[in-house]
Design a protein around this ligand. Structure first.
Ligand SMILES: [Fe+2]
Ligand SMILES: [Fe+2]
Length: 309
């Protein structure tokens, strides 16, 4: 019997360092023989991705200690057994873990690499919390965008090494909204021209925040934040980039961001149904949106892992 959720809670309140990820807390337990062990207390409905890269770590395993979790690799899903260990080095594509219930997963990785990653991510906690507090909408919005974006990316079979940039670029796509006055952000009526200009500045401001960040991979993901309101036909902002001038990462965020905004109720608008939002995405193919991304995203929505998103 592995540690239970209340054991984990006690651990998190005691001497071990903890990362509070949106999918659940990760507790760094320590290192043994240069291998770090960390406990991921994955929430029901939460998910995370593993991508094996031998340049980073030799050892990379995930053992299910408690609860029910499902894994997906190359489009195939299966439930893990308690005690089962997934050795990521044996998988050539990204593996996604989904919490079917709350689940405890023990992770092992080369200590130098993992501890560095852990403390870098801890440095980001402040920004993650800040985004979470700008308003309730943005927090959930960011996490859904991150999950949707990864699902689209996986279906497009992109090189694994860029997944990390997409993950953080999509999570922080609206980080620039931290500097937009709340009365503009949450205004129930139509924005004036001046207010709209201020609102639009959030993508450039966000990119500047990312570029100034001490964590290198946030700097590297700044272009995604900067381009997430560009449009395929060149009429977007801030630079009016067109077609393939816009990175694929930003094109993905643009589609999933628009979908999430349409299907979420806000103070200034009602939510529309998933079917209506899909029709809207189809209408925007080739004008607002990258056509291939729209096609893959519609597949994610209609046949994908909706419960995990
Ligand atoms: Fe935005
Ligand atoms: Fe957004």
């Amino acid at each position: 019997m592995g540690p239970t959720r209340s054991d984990t809670k006690q651990l998190t309140e005691s001497r071990y360092p903890v990362l509070r990820m949106t999918s659940g807390p990760i507790t760094l337990m320590g290192r043994w023989n240069n291998v770090a062990e960390a406990l991921f207390s994955l929430n029901e409905g939460g998910s995370f991705c593993a991508q094996y890269n031998p340049e980073n770590t030799i050892v990379e395993t995930y053992t299910l200690l408690d609860g029910v979790a499902e894994i997906e690799h190359n489009g195939e899903y299966r439930i893990m057994e308690i005690g089962e260990t997934i050795d990521a080095s044996q998988y050539d594509k990204v593996i996604t873990f989904y919490g079917t219930t709350n689940a405890e997963i023990l992770m092992k990785m080369d200590a130098d690499f993992y501890e560095h990653l852990f403390y870098e991510t801890q440095l980001l906690q402040y920004e993650m919390d800040a985004v979470a507090h700008v308003d309730g909408y943005t927090y959930h919005h960011c996490d859904r965008i991150r999950q949707y974006a990864i699902e689209v990316w996986k279906r497009m079979d992109q090189p694994k090494c860029k997944l990390k940039l997409l993950r953080w670029g999509s999570y922080f796509h609206d980080i620039g909204k931290l500097s937009i006055p709340l009365e503009i952000l949450n205004k129930p009526g139509k924005l004036t021209r001046e207010e709209w200009d201020i609102m639009k500045s959030h993508s450039s401001i966000g990119a500047n925040i990312m570029r100034a960040h001490p964590v290198q991979w946030l700097k590297d993901a700044a272009f995604i934040v900067e381009q997430h309101h560009e449009r395929y036909d060149g009429t977007g902002y801030p630079r009016g980039l067109k077609g393939d001038e816009i990175s694929l990462e930003a094109s993905i965020v643009s589609v999933v961001d628009a979908f999430d905004a349409m299907t979420t109720e806000r103070v200034y608008k009602e939510a529309i149904s998933i079917e209506e939002a899909i029709a809207e995405l189809k209408r925007g193919k080739g004008t607002q949106f990258h056509p291939k991304v729209v096609e893959h995203f519609i597949k994610v929505i209609t046949e994908g892992k909706k419960q995990a998103i």
